[in-house]
Design a protein around this ligand. Sequence first.
Ligand code: CTP
Length: 402
Amino acid sequence: MRSIAGQRVLLGVTGGIASYKTVSLARLLTQAGARVDVVMSRSAREFVGAVTFEALTGRPVHVDLIADGHALDHIRLAQDTDLVVVAPATADFIARAGQGRADDLLTAILLATRAPVLVAPAMNDQMWTHPQTASNVAHLRSLGYRVLDPAVGPLASADEGVGPGRMREPEEIFDAAVAAMATPSSLAGRTVVVTAGPTREAIDPVRFISNRSSGKMGVAVAKAAAARGAHVILIAGPLEVAVPSGVHVVRVESTAELEAAVRSALRGADALVMAAAPADFRPSSVAHQKIKKATAPPAIPLELSPDILASTRDARESGTVIVGFALETENLVANAQAKLAAKALDLVVANQAGETGSGFGSDTNRVTLIGRDGSVEALPLASKDSVACTIVDRVEQLLSGR
Ligand code: CTP
């Protein structure tokens, strides 16, 4: 377990059935060496007793905004912490926090703190997908709060079915808390769209054309941006690696689906990092039934699929930082510079195809960063996580100039 010894965490608990899982979170944080102060809303105490948290954290639990002799508790608690985590966060809490209310201890602390804030919502799926909640969550993100999208899974009551609304598991919230304390929130309030992996173009119901992209590079970029507090939308084709927690994942299959997802995500995006390897060609028509060997055509006619960076240019907002990749077998810098100009990019991450330890499927990569300003920076062979950090550094620099 990673050490967060000596770090101060203020753990806010609001009234949801998922608060029983927050007990494990309090335990994980305490075991990792953090000093955990729990603040419970009145309704949270209907679900879990304060004494449970007191026993686990070894510290008193706070409930009231004005308790006898403690009129300024909210200011002291707000300032004496390295991180605020709210788990579970109910729809009502999210709405009140978004309005800047300060009528209970937890919302007052949110206004008075300058520490990063991590919010783990839990609610019924209909409540989570209601446009009002979506707008409240987007507002919290614009304020720099890190919101962990709930998972899809069985909800509290049997008749609620399976939908998005289930609070993230204690281990996932713990990981996000550690990341929030380890890295500066330099991208808090920013939305970064990352594409990753290959796409697939159907030939018939059982066959497709694709490429060897694993999605590792895009996933590494998504992770690095999320660790700095960005709201990350990861648009993913079929990946060989797990998606990181703390990012919003949109799954796609074909290049046309990827194009539509990028177009929609560009609305409100501060940056797009196009690490996906879309299939450039697709069958001109898709057979509705499995093609039988006996009647197979001698050739399958192909057509070009859309070039997404080019075709979604009209959907970019002014000031959005656009990063593309370039995979080349020859004339690396010149070809990448041509792509930068043709696709109106701010930065190209150029890869020499076929080099050992680099490119598709590998855990390491050797890239050259080529900027719109004419800069050419050849990076040494490094892990994809390390290359991702450098790419996100460049995105941050470009954003700060806008
Ligand atoms: N890209 C895209 N849409 C496609 C193909 C690629 O938006 N249909 C993006 C990739 O995600 C990458 C950049 O364009 O960021 C360059 O991809 P690359 O495969 O190197 O180049 P292509 O534009 O496909 O050109 P070519 O295959 O001729 O080198």
